[in-house]
Every structure is written in C-alpha cells, then in structure tokens.
Design a protein around this ligand. Structure first.
Ligand code: NAI
Ligand code: OAA
Length: 320
C-alpha cells in the first residue's frame, strides 16, 4: 500500500518542524509548500538527508506549486505570519485572512479529500475562514490549539506536583487567546481532579490560579523570549498528534477547534472543544457539562471569537 501523503502549507518554523516529525515518525511522504522560493525545497532536502542516519523511509519534496499537494491525505496549514512582542494574535487577522483565501482555494482544487488542520493565528477565526474558502466538509477541517494549550497546562502542573507529565491530564477549551478556558475540574493528576488536589493540600488555590494564568499567557511567554517569532516545537508536536490520530484511526479524545452544530449550544461555529479524532476526521464533539462559572468563562471566550469572525466578514465580503 502506498504511503499516506502529508501536505504542509507553510514551510516556516512550524512547517519545517512538522516535516521533520512526520518523517521521523514515518507518518507518510511529505510535500512542503511555501511561496518563499527555495525555503520548502531547502528544508525538504535537509530533512531527507537526515534519513540515512535516522533510518526513516519517507520522501520529502518542496514546492511552490499547489498541483504537488494533489491527493494529500492530510494538510496542515501554517502559512501566514506569526506575532512579535507587543502584538496580540488578533493583530494578525487582516494579513492571515488573505493567506487563508489562497490556501483554502489551493486545497479545494487539489486535495479536497484531505483532513485539514489549521494552525495559523488567530486560530479560531482562521480555521472558520479556511473551511469557508475551501468548502471542505466541516468534519474534515479543524484547528490546532487545545492540544498545545493543554500540553502547556500539563507541563506546568507536572512541575508543581513533581510528577511525570504522562500522569497529568488537562482540558483547555474555548478560543486560542487570552480568554481560553483551562478547566481545572476536568484536569487531573493520576485521575484526581485538580480541585481535589487543593483540598488534599498537595497544592494551594493560589498556586493553581497562577498556573492557569501562565497557561493562558503561554504563547506570549515564548514570544517574549524568542523576540523574532512564536513557539514552534510544541505547536508542531501537537498538530502531529492530531494528524496521527486521523491517519491511524486512533479515536483519540483531543481538544481542538471544531465545528459545533448544536453542541455547547453553538450554531455553526468553530471553537476549542473536546473531540474524537479518527478516520472520519472530527468524529464527535464531546459536549461536556459545565458549571455556571465555567460556562461564563466559555461564553466570554466564544464571544471574543465571534467578534473576530465578524471582523473577517467585514474584510472579505465573500464570507457568509
Ligand atoms: N494555533 C496555535 O496554537 C499556534 C499558531 N501559530 C501560528 O502559526 C503560524 C505560523 O507560524 P510560524 O511557522 O512560526 O511562522 P513562519 O513565519 O516561520 O512561517 C510561516 C510561513 O508561511 C509562509 N507563507 C506566507 N504566506 C503564504 C502563502 N500565501 N502561501 C504559502 N505560504 C505562505 C511564509 O513564507 C513562511 O515561510 C502563525 O500565524 C502563528 O501565529 C503559532 C504557534 C501556535
Ligand atoms: O502566541 C503566539 O503568537 C503563538 C501561539 O499561538 C502559541 O504559541 O500559543
């Protein structure tokens, strides 16, 4: 059987890392697409030349031609610009919306059967626009943010409790911005919910609140350190986790920006929610119950995303 084909639209910091990870994990053959001439070709060749030492079997190709993504099984979209210190993700909306139009049409015309994972910011509005521009089914177009935000939360929690990251679970829902919702009640150490760990005296509410805030600021913390761009190792790893769930029909339960049609009381809207990812793409949105306070935080986040979607419609009249 032929190897799966993975198209990476955008060959910058995240795109290059995605290509390296996909090859090392032998998820399939990789096509790197970018408008910057030489960049995808150079990265594809460089990674391919690591194959003999690493021992992977995967072909890599760099291109400026959308025809080369034809028949891709998975498309991961990082095309666009990242923020710099002093900017919010929302400041990227105007410029990245234009990029989503070109990318959406490129995917529509060349890889209409692909499972599409959008990473470009501001994430929730960009994945909505990408689905609109591509016209692909909503269960085949999703956004990566919740896996990353939850991984950051899990990492910070593992440091606080001094336990393995493997034994920490977390769910961060809502939009991928300052209003994101780390759900402490649904986050655990060895299955014990965080509020119970506070009651047990293993940590304090103040420490937990600080970790929640550090998670919300996780992207900005890295932007402030790097100064020239944003995080790329953990974002790439998170998207690969989602792509692998699809390619291997793993039925992973992962938080991601998914199209909600009735779930969470939302009517045709993309936002971060728990999902099941398998061969059917987004096979299910897991409509969890929230307390009044959690619901208020979630609603606040949804409203922030709604504002960005309205801004997209204002910029591009072709968006419904
Ligand atoms: N959803 C999330 O959790 C995260 C999202 N991001 C976002 O991901 C995006 C990419 O980040 P990086 O890879 O660090 O940026 P980067 O600047 O290193 O790479 C972006 C690439 O897109 C290319 N590009 C621009 N316009 C294009 C077009 N029309 N078609 C094809 N390629 C095009 C550029 O030439 C560049 O190589 C940014 O918008 C960033 O904010 C970053 C981290 C996490
Ligand atoms: O903060 C940024 O601009 C990039 C991003 O979304 C993240 O790292 O979470």
């Amino acid at each position: 059987m032929a190897r799966p084909k993975i198209a990476l639209i955008g060959a910058g910091q995240i795109g290059g890392t995605l290509a390296h990870l996909a090859a090392m994990k032998e998820l399939g053959d990789v096509v790197l697409f970018d408008i910057a001439e030489g960049t995808p070709e150079g990265k594809a060749l460089d990674i391919a030349e690591s194959g003999p030492s690493e021992g992977f079997d995967a072909r890599l190709k760099g291109t400026q031609d959308y025809a080369d993504i034809a028949g891709a099984d998975v498309c991961i979209v990082t095309a666009g610009v990242p923020r710099k210190p002093g900017m919010s993700r929302d400041d990227l909306l105007g410029i990245n919306l234009k990029v989503m139009k070109a990318v959406g049409e490129g995917i529509r015309d060349n890889a209409p059967d692909a499972f599409v994972i959008c990473i470009t910011n501001p994430l929730d509005a960009m994945v909505w626009a990408l689905q609109q521009f591509s016209g692909l089914p909503t269960n085949k177009v999703c956004g990566m943010a919740g896996v990353l935000d939850s991984a950051r939360f899990r990492h910070f929690l593992s440091l606080e409790f001094d336990v393995s990251m493997k034994d920490v679970t977390a769910f961060v829902l809502g939009g991928h911005g300052d209003t994101m919702v780390p759900l402490t009640r649904y986050s655990t150490v060895a299955g014990i919910p965080l509020p119970d760990l506070v009651s047990m005296g293993w940590t304090t509410q103040d420490k937990l609140d600080a970790i929640v805030q550090r998670t919300r600021d996780g992207g900005a913390e890295i932007v402030g350190l790097l100064k020239t761009g944003s995080a790329f190792y953990a974002p790439a790893t998170s998207a690969i986790e989602m792509a692998e769930a699809y390619l291997k029909d793993q039925k992973r339960v992962l938080p991601c920006a998914a199209y909600c049609d009735g779930e969470f009381g939302l009517d045709g809207f993309y936002v971060g929610v728990p999902t099941v990812i398998g061969a059917g793409g987004i096979e299910k949105v897991v409509d969890i119950k929230m307390t009044k306070d959690e619901q208020a935080m979630f609603d606040n986040s949804v409203n922030a995303v709604k504002g960005l979607v309205e801004a997209c419609k204002g910029i591009d009249g072709s968006l419904a």
